[in-house]
Design a protein around this ligand. Structure first.
Ligand code: SF4
Length: 335
């Protein structure tokens, strides 16, 4: 504010207004003097990203492609919740990704750069407004879009602190989940930051061989190391860890693998979120992964539960749009 010649005392109101779900002008509590409002818009317009593309699925899922100031693009998603007044958001932390998960579209175009905290917050603003425009309130966000949040944790934490600050975004800490492919030092750093956000682990296989084949990071941190780091996070934060498990036909969906997963979680307060795979074409290793059949998915879920695991099947979202992470961006780059 000062460097643009404005009174810094107005900054908190301006930031609250930016993070609100609705336009400044309709909120008297955020209202700024008209002249200042116009000056601010003119001064900062060039610094904001813009909405380059939007796809809306028949199920209400909206995928946003945001163009950043340097011309690069990132994806964010808003999904209607089961409750008709609520929505959930998915936010990216990097442009591209270096993790090389074999079934993921994002990693196929490689890693370009980290997002700044401002660019992360900007996605949150777009999602909040998008939810609001459809009569819903954005209730939860998860850092599970493009990129690995633990490799850009400084900016992710700075963004979360502003999004959750009662005087700024006023979004609860418990409404935020940080998802990782299993980078143990990042989980430790998140624990030390002591923010009380939820942790999700993309496990995708109960054994090291299958996991390392799907996720190169599995060669660096084995399943036990990752789960032990999650145990420590849970002990300090009190939050129940979510285990993300994307079911791939003939790869990780055998009933024996369900039993192994349930065994791993015995004695742990963790919750398994089974995901339906959205095919993305040929993988990095030249494979064509397919989603598990509905029968196998249900059998896997039943086997997990029969062996004591708490597990749910997440509804597939946006099957009629480029719903998988990185798909819309890749298609936009081709056009
Ligand atoms: S699944 Fe996530 S961590 Fe893995 S390559 Fe894709 S964006 Fe990166």
């Amino acid at each position: 504010m000062q460097s643009h010649g404005f009174n810094a005392a107005h900054a908190p109101r301006v930031i609250r207004g930016l993070l609100a779900a609705v336009e400044l002008k309709s909120r008297t509590d955020f209202l700024l003097p008209e002249k200042l409002d116009e000056q601010l818009k003119a001064a900062f317009a060039a610094e904001a990203g813009s909405l380059a593309q939007k796809q809306v699925s028949a199920d209400g899922t909206a995928k946003l492609l945001l163009r950043l100031r340097d011309g690069r693009t990132v994806e964010s998603v808003v999904m209607p919740d089961y409750r008709e007044d609520r929505a959930a958001g998915c936010i990216s932390s990097q442009v591209g990704c270096a993790m090389g998960c074999d079934f993921c579209a994002t990693t196929q175009t490689g890693f370009e750069r980290n997002l700044s905290s401002g660019e992360i917050i900007e996605q949150f603003r777009h999602l909040r407004r998008e939810a609001h425009a459809t009569g819903r309130v954005l209730r939860t966000i998860v850092f599970m879009g493009m990129g690995e949040p633990m490799l850009n944790l400084k900016n992710v934490l700075a963004a979360i602190e502003r999004i959750a600050d009662p005087k700024l975004g006023a979004f609860g800490w418990r409404q935020i989940t940080v998802s990782t492919v299993g980078i143990v030092p990042g989980i430790e750093e998140l624990r030390e930051a002591n923010l009380g956000v939820h942790l999700a682990i993309s496990l995708h296989a109960p054994d090291d061989a299958t996991r390392a084949d799907l996720l190169p990071m599995g060669r660096r941190f084995d399943v036990n190391e990752v789960l032990e780091a999650a145990d420590r996070y849970q002990a300090d934060s009190g939050r129940i860890t979510t285990i993300q498990y994307c079911l791939l036909d003939g790869v990780n969906d055998a009933l024996a693998q369900a039993r192994d997963l349930a065994r791993l979680l015995t004695g742990r307060r963790m919750h398994v979120n089974l995901l339906r795979y959205n095919p993305t074409g040929l993988s990095l290793k030249g494979r064509s992964y397919l989603p598990s059949s509905l029968e196998q998915t249900e059998a896997f879920l039943a086997e997990l539960r029969a062996h004591g695991a708490i597990a749910h099947l997440r509804r597939a979202r946006g099957p009629d749009i480029d719903a998988a992470c990185g798909q819309l961006r890749r298609r936009a780059a081709l056009i």
